[in-house]
Design a protein around this ligand. Structure first.
Ligand code: ADP
Ligand code: ADP
Length: 226
């Protein structure tokens, strides 16, 4: 059962075709990696889902509804988004950063829940009162993941989430996110330029080139064909 469907999706920036008549269905519960060279359209495709980008033509359907027809706040509540970096608000504590989504919806995230989210990403509960500039890069990305999960989303979108981290931190956080994906029954779509990371974490690897999907493989078939 697809939870996410792209039908004839194109996105043009002037003469640049970032996405070119793309069709794709993503099954509920899958962990999909979007790989490809810089400029191939990965970020733009991801951003059409939570409407950070509006397609020029075509439609994106999430859980049976056209995203263009859903209320933006409700849509973004159901979709967790992890940015590459600079994702945390520097003037807010870790706890305030994690609670920002629910707070914008008029809800208070209980302290216990914030502690639980911190533990999910293997951070100490005492980190809640820290400011982002007191954290390492890896800790900040962990907080970014905790924040994305705060509103109990069905879908987790990640744009180069581990790209700026050292290899050891990257593997540890990647494996943690893979476990959370399974435990929480999420559908996850991750943009990465790192094929090794895609092979390690995803169960479906989509290769993009010039706004199109040029390969759609399981990690097993990619490794066998290499
Ligand atoms: P990727 O994530 O694979 O690096 P992007 O989706 O960021 O690729 O970009 C795809 C193409 O669209 C690139 O040519 C990029 O320069 C262009 N592009 C992306 N966002 C914008 C924008 N806001 N304005 C103009 N061009 C953009
Ligand atoms: P990310 O994809 O992690 O957001 P990028 O550096 O690719 O980081 O893009 C940062 C922002 O700049 C995005 O909002 C993207 O849409 C926009 N952008 C990317 N390429 C271009 C471009 N060629 N012209 C204008 N804006 C762009």
């Amino acid at each position: 059962e697809p939870v996410l469907t792209f039908r004839g999706v194109s996105k043009a920036y002037g003469p640049t075709r970032a996405i070119d008549a793309l069709d794709l269905a993503i099954e509920a519960g899958s962990f999909v990696a979007l790989v490809g060279a810089s400029g191939s359209g990965k970020s733009t495709l991801l951003k059409t889902v939570n409407r950070l980008v509006e397609p020029t033509t075509g439609s994106v359907t999430f859980d049976g509804a056209d995203v263009a027809e859903l209320a933006l706040a409700g849509l973004r509540r159901r979709i967790g988004y992890v940015f590459q970096s600079i994702g945390l608000f520097p003037h807010m504590s870790v706890a305030e950063n994690i609670a920002i989504g629910p707070r914008l919806a008029g809800e208070r995230l209980p302290e216990d829940r914030i502690g639980e989210l911190l533990e999910w990403v293997e951070l100490d509960r005492a980190m809640a009162s820290r400011m982002p500039d007191e954290l390492s890069g890896g800790q900040r990305q962990r907080v970014g993941v905790a924040r994305a999960l705060a509103a109990q989303p069905q879908l987790l979108l990640m744009d180069e989430p581990f790209g700026a981290l050292d290899p050891v931190t990257r593997d540890a956080l990647g494996e943690r996110v893979r476990k959370l994906h399974e435990e929480l029954g999420l559908t996850t779509v991750m943009v990465t330029h790192d094929m090794a990371e895609a092979l390690l974490l995803a169960d479906r690897v989509l290769v993009m080139d010039a706004g199109r999907i040029v390969a759609d493989e399981t990690p097993q078939s990619l490794v066998a064909g290499a």
